[in-house]
Design a protein around this ligand. Structure first.
Ligand SMILES: [Zn+2]
Length: 273
């Protein structure tokens, strides 16, 4: 079962085709078509894969949203003048690499907010993966089948899985960290786009947030989202989590949290428990 989230049903403006909506009868509310007016002002980017919805949430920042799985995972593509960074790679159910290639021609490096399965599913598709130097990261880089299979259990999928996806063989594929980062590490994407790694251990040992100070953008990972956060897994450290939450809160006081709509505070899921 998914452990990262039970997120606020926010909000995302979600329109399902009638045929798809008909298939959602009898499954949870999160997957029914809802008006999510908060998202009406965001520019939706055309991509040729119906598994994803992509929204421009700030200049050169795109939310790559997976509305058809219960995690409602959001990965973020942040584009600079020299290269782009993909903050998380989602479930690995759809082809996120193809989506990023439609959004930018820049070289894309991957960095994960942490390495739970629903954030690293597409890592294997990329050659350049930045990561934290933890045993937890290395263990998850080996891939897993159990957590992945739980994500497609009964009630976890809304509508149809992508063509060519095989539920029987679905697993998180192995990947390899090619470059180690640490708290305070700055990634310069060019054009004034610099991203600062903020270590936020607690939810997992390798949890991080990303801060774009110049543009006032904070990408929180699973350390913050506006709903109850599940903190019961063996990898959870509650004391560390509290310290990390305070660390982010101090940043938030400097920049008011207005979240997705006004593009200053971005979290990686969209659902409630
Ligand atoms: Zn998580």
């Amino acid at each position: 079962m998914s452990f990262c989230t039970r997120l606020a049903r926010l909000t995302l403006f979600c329109v399902l085709p009638a045929s798809l909506a008909a298939q959602t009868k009898g499954i949870p509310d999160w997957c029914k078509p809802l008006p999510r007016p908060e998202y009406e002002t965001l520019l939706r980017m055309p991509v040729n894969d119906p598994w994803f919805e992509v929204y421009r949430v700030a200049p050169d920042v795109y939310a790559i949203y997976e509305p058809h799985q219960a995690e409602e995972t959001i990965s973020y593509l942040i584009v600079g003048s020299k290269q782009a960074l993909l903050f998380d790679t989602g479930m690995g159910i759809g082809n996120i690499q193809k989506v990023t290639s439609q959004l930018t021609k820049r070289f894309v490096v991957v960095l994960n907010s942490h390495t739970h399965n629903d954030h690293v599913g597409g890592n294997w598709q990329f050659n350049s993966i930045f990561g934290m130097n933890t045993a937890f990261t290395r263990a998850n880089a080996k891939g897993s089948r159990t957590d992945a299979q739980a994500e497609i259990a009964s009630g976890q999928i809304c509508g149809v899985l992508p063509a060519g996806f095989n539920p029987k063989t679905y697993a998180t594929k192995p990947w390899r960290v090619s470059f180690l980062v640490h708290d305070g590490f700055v990634i310069n994407l060019g054009g004034g786009r610099k991203l600062e790694v903020i270590a936020t251990p607690g939810h997992t040992p390798d949890a991080i947030a990303l801060l774009d100070r110049a543009n006032g953008l904070l990408f929180t990972g699973d350390t913050y989202y506006p709903a109850p956060i599940w903190l019961y897994r063996p990898e959870t450290d509650m004391d560390a989590y509290v310290a990390s939450a305070k660390k982010l809160a101090a940043l938030e006081r400097a920049k008011p949290c207005t979240r997705f709509k006004t593009s200053s505070f971005f979290s990686p899921h969209l659902r409630k428990g």
